[in-house]
Design a protein around this ligand. Structure first.
Ligand code: ADP
Length: 534
């Protein structure tokens, strides 16, 4: 066997921060804290402090492969801790502070976390976790000296004169749990190699399009699906980062303007807040902002249109914790310039195409062996595979993939002939009426198009004749009004007649999950015994 002639340069994530410090060391990382104060460091500073944290972890006796958890919002110390944890050969475990106590307890114990770094604002959660999470021996607070050692004091005795832990590129480096809307949360164990390949894809134009001129604000929390890979990709690109520990639209808009943010990524709810704030204050979208990435759940068409009219390059990002998370992004298609504005909006409102490294296919809802055509019409279960897609959940006994390596996403989608993915539902949310499928997502999107609707959710409710019929649950915009008959008439213009919900319930608020998505599970519980009027 002939060997290749190239170097054995390991794809380990510490190479990212080495590169950032060396090539873009003075590029800033700005943090805006909850109390309004700001801190500034740069990539060289992040690397130095991460090396000091590596020494501090070793002094605590933390060994490679052990889990170091964080419970924190977005700020530079949280970023330092990512590189510090992996630098010591540890496995970074980001925990979502919005989870319920039982879920927090479950995942901290399942992960066997040994250290927890947290923000002062989550002290109450930490106090509740302490007696319930016996594996956690060390608590370190990011922004206060009470009641735990302060992060800066903890790393202060160390000089950063050390080496990163060495190892294999297939070693694990990060653990993220799915939000667990059904059953217990499941842990996805990312590897150095998978994270590195994902970071390289994230930098490319169809994904985040990062380079050293980029000023990026990852609004997506660092505890949510690895902040969509931005902490790793940003270092590879040497971009400037602007972090805010609060998601208040006024604060975000102020930062966009003052720090000349060019690219930002966040869930639709955040963008809705930002756009409403701009409308209220009569201010334009800050001129520096040229790229908006939106994911986690579907972006309403009206939002896509609004951004595009402002000349912003907007894109959907579809993915899940199991896909690191980038699976597809809504980059422009090859025939972009020949399309009308309306056609362009239609494409951008879909979930987009996979970057190199992700393969997609849809299989029949009832027969997983039947691969569906990419005809833009036939909806089926979406499957994925690639080097940054999960193979086996943490501590699971069996692979999560089938024999050919395909992972079943639980999403229902169609794939268009040009490869564009369009999600139509979750397998557990589709509504089956008289033996035919109704897409809850399409009903919701249609409802949100009405000017008086702020939020909408469609669920299937038992019906004696049709098995299930869709019930639409709607929150009206403040000060706006619409009645059931008017909304049904409006929906009739946008979806098939037999899809139009027979009844609509108006509520003040919809239940949301820990990651800010509408909780269909809670809605189904609430409306389980719903009685149709007719
Ligand atoms: P979370 O912690 O956000 O719930 P998950 O990994 O559980 O993370 O969520 C993944 C799911 O979110 C996907 O399977 C899909 O249903 C939904 N999702 C993610 N991005 C999009 C998007 N751009 N459009 C529509 N749905 C999306």
């Amino acid at each position: 066997m002939m060997l290749g002639g190239m170097q054995d340069w390991k794809l380990r994530v510490t190479a990212l921060i080495d590169h950032a410090a060396r090539e873009s060391g003075t590029r800033e990382i700005v943090s805006r804290w909850a109390d309004g104060s700001e801190s500034r460091t740069n990539w060289a500073g992040v690397r130095r402090d991460a090396l000091r944290m590596t020494q501090a972890l070793r002094a605590l006796g933390i060994k490679p492969g052990e889990r170091i958890a964080t419970l924190a919002m977005n700020h530079h110390r949280h970023l330092i801790s990512w590189y510090g944890a992996v630098g010591a050969g540890g496995i970074l475990h980001t925990i979502n502070p919005r989870l319920f106590d039982d879920q927090l307890e479950y995942i901290a114990n399942h992960a066997e976390d040994r250290v927890l770094l947290f923000d002062r604002q989550w002290t109450a959660i930490v106090e509740r976790m302490k007696p319930r999470c016996p594996t956690i021996e060390h608590y370190i607070c990011f922004d206060s000296d009470q009641p735990a050692p302060h992060f800066e004091d903890w790393i202060a005795p160390f000089d950063g004169e050390t080496e990163w832990a060495d190892g294999d590129e297939r070693d694990p480096c990060m653990l993220c749990y799915t939000s667990g809307t059904t059953g217990n949360p499941k842990g996805v164990l990312y590897e150095h190699r998978s994270t590195m390949l994902h970071a390289m894809a994230c930098m490319t134009a169809p994904v985040f399009g990062l380079d050293t001129r980029t000023v990026m604000m990852p609004i997506v929390p660092m505890f949510h699906a690895a902040s969509w890979g931005t902490p790793w990709a940003g270092a590879a690109a040497g971009a400037k980062f602007v972090y805010s520990a609060v998601n208040d639209p006024a604060v975000l808009c102020d930062l966009f303007e003052r720090e000349k943010v060019t690219a930002a990524a966040g869930v639709p709810t955040v963008w809705l807040g930002v756009l409403q704030h701009l409308e209220r204050t009569g201010k334009p979208i800050p001129p520096s902002l040229s790229q908006v990435v939106c994911g986690g759940s579907a972006m309403p068409r009206a939002m896509v249109e609004r951004f595009m009219k402002e000349g912003i390059r907007v894109a959907h990002a579809w993915g899940m914790t199991e896909t690191s998370p980038i699976g597809t992004t809504g980059a422009e298609t090859a025939n972009w310039d020949e399309l009308t504005f309306d056609e362009q909006v239609t494409i951008k409102a879909m979930q987009g195409r996979p970057p190199f490294g992700v393969e997609l296919r849809c299989v029949d809802l009832g027969d997983a062996d039947k691969v569906l055509p990419r005809d833009g019409k036939t909806a089926g279960v979406l499957q994925v595979r690639g080097p940054w897609v999960v193979k086996r959940y943490f501590k699971a006994e069996h692979d999560a993939t089938n024999a050919e390596g395909w992972f079943d996403t639980g999403d229902v989608a169609v794939i268009h002939p040009d490869g564009t993915l369009q999600l139509t539902d979750r397998t557990k949310d589709v509504i089956k009426s008289g033996g035919e499928w109704i897409s809850s997502v399409e009903l919701e999107n249609a409802a949100i198009g009405h000017s008086a609707v702020a939020e909408a959710a469609a669920i299937g409710v038992f019906h004696p004749k049709w098995d299930e019929r869709p019930l639409l649950i709607v929150v009206k915009k403040p000060g706006a009004d619409v009645d059931e008959a008017e909304l049904r008439r409006y929906l009739g213009e946008h979806v098939a007649k037999w899809w139009v919900p027979d009844e609509i319930a108006f509520v003040d608020e919809l239940p949301h999950t820990g990651t800010g998505k509408i909780s269909k599970k809670d809605l189904r519980d609430t409306f389980r015994d719903y009685r149709w009027r007719a």
